[in-house]
Design a protein around this ligand. Structure first.
Ligand SMILES: O=C1O[C@H](COP(=O)(O)O)[C@@H](O)[C@H](O)[C@H]1O
Length: 260
C-alpha cells in the first residue's frame, strides 16, 4: 500500500537500441512480476493501455513461464465504442496478444457495451468490476495493481488523462469518463491518477522520434505538469520507463542498464 510519509521512488529509465529489444525486455520484466505475484497471492493483476502498447506485448506469446489462468486483466482506459471497433483498446489487445494465448476470457475485464450510451453508468459498472476484484480481497481505498502498463501520447497524455483537462484533479473516483477527448474518439473511460499511483509497479512504454520532446519534458522538466509526469506511484511503488534510443535522445535523466 502507498505510504504517504515517504517520498516516491525515483523513476527508472531503460533505453534500448530497438523496438525488438524493448519487446523482449518488457516480456522478461512482466514474466518476473507475474511470477512473484502468483507465488505470493495466487493471482496477478495487470492493467493494459491501448495505442502503441498492445503491439509491444508480443514477447509474451508462447512463453511457457506465463500462467495465464492466474491473470486478471483490466484496461487503463477504453474508448467508448463497440468491442470489435477499430478504435477499441480491447480489440487491439485481443488482436496483438490475447487471441494468441490460453487466457480464460472471463479473466479479461472489458467494458459492458450494453451501457455505451450512458457514460456514467458505463464507468460506474467498470468501477464496480474493479471493486469486485480488489476491495474485498485487499480492503484498500484504491486498488493496488501488481503492474500497470502505460503509453504516452506526443502531447504528454497517458491513459485518457489529457493536458489541462478537468479529470487531472479527480482524486476520489477509480474510473472517470470524458466526452471531450482531444484525441478521437471523444468518448472514453479512464483510470484516475490515484488508481495508477497506487499500483505496486507502473511501466511506461514509449518508442519513436515523435516522443522525443515530450519524454524530455516529462523526465527532465516534471514541473511542467504534463499528465505523464504526474505518474509517481506512492512509496514503495516503482515507476519504470521502457523507451528506445530515438525517444530518449534528448533526455538528460540518467539511464539504467536493463537487467532482471
Ligand atoms: O488514446 C490513447 O493514447 C495513449 C497513448 O497512445 P500511443 O499510441 O501514443 O502509445 C494510450 O496509452 C491510451 O491507452 C490510448 O487510449
Amino acid at each position: 500500500m502507498a505510504n504517504l510519509h515517504q517520498p516516491p521512488n525515483s523513476p527508472i529509465l531503460y533505453s534500448f537500441q530497438s523496438k525488438d529489444q524493448i519487446i523482449q525486455s518488457l516480456a522478461n520484466f512482466v514474466t518476473r512480476i507475474q511470477k512473484d505475484a502468483i507465488d505470493k497471492k495466487g493471482r496477478f493483476t495487470i492493467a493494459l493501455s491501448g495505442g502503441s502498447l498492445p503491439k509491444m506485448l508480443g514477447g509474451l506469446i508462447g512463453n511457457p513461464a506465463i500462467k495465464w489462468a492466474h491473470w486478471q486483466v483490466f484496461y487503463v482506459d477504453e474508448r467508448v465504442v463497440p468491442l470489435d471497433h477499430p478504435d477499441s483498446n480491447h480489440r487491439a489487445c485481443m488482436e496483438a496478444l490475447f487471441s494468441h494465448v490460453p487466457i480464460p476470457q472471463e479473466n479479461i475485464h472489458a467494458i459492458d457495451t450494453a451501457l455505451i450510451n450512458d457514460l456514467e453508468e458505463l464507468s460506474d459498472a467498470y468501477e464496480k468490476d474493479l471493486i469486485r476484484e480488489f476491495a474485498q480481497k485487499d480492503a484498500a481505498r484504491f486498488p493496488v495493481f501488481d503492474l500497470i502498463l502505460l503509453g504516452m501520447g506526443p502531447d504528454g497524455h497517458t491513459a485518457s488523462l489529457f493536458p489541462d483537462h478537468e479529470l487531472l484533479s479527480e482524486g476520489d473516483r477509480w474510473i472517470a469518463y470524458l466526452e471531450d477527448s482531444p484525441k478521437p474518439p471523444p468518448k472514453r473511460i479512464t483510470f484516475t491518477f490515484p488508481v495508477i499511483n497506487h499500483a505496486a509497479r507502473v511501466a511506461f512504454v514509449a518508442a519513436g522520434k515523435e516522443k522525443v520532446t515530450t519524454l524530455a519534458d516529462v523526465l527532465d522538466r516534471p514541473e511542467k505538469g504534463l499528465p505523464s509526469s504526474r505518474i509517481r506511484p506512492g512509496f514503495p511503488g516503482q515507476l519504470y520507463w521502457f523507451v528506445d534510443d530515438d525517444a530518449s535522445s534528448a533526455v538528460s535523466y540518467p539511464k539504467t542498464p536493463f537487467k532482471l
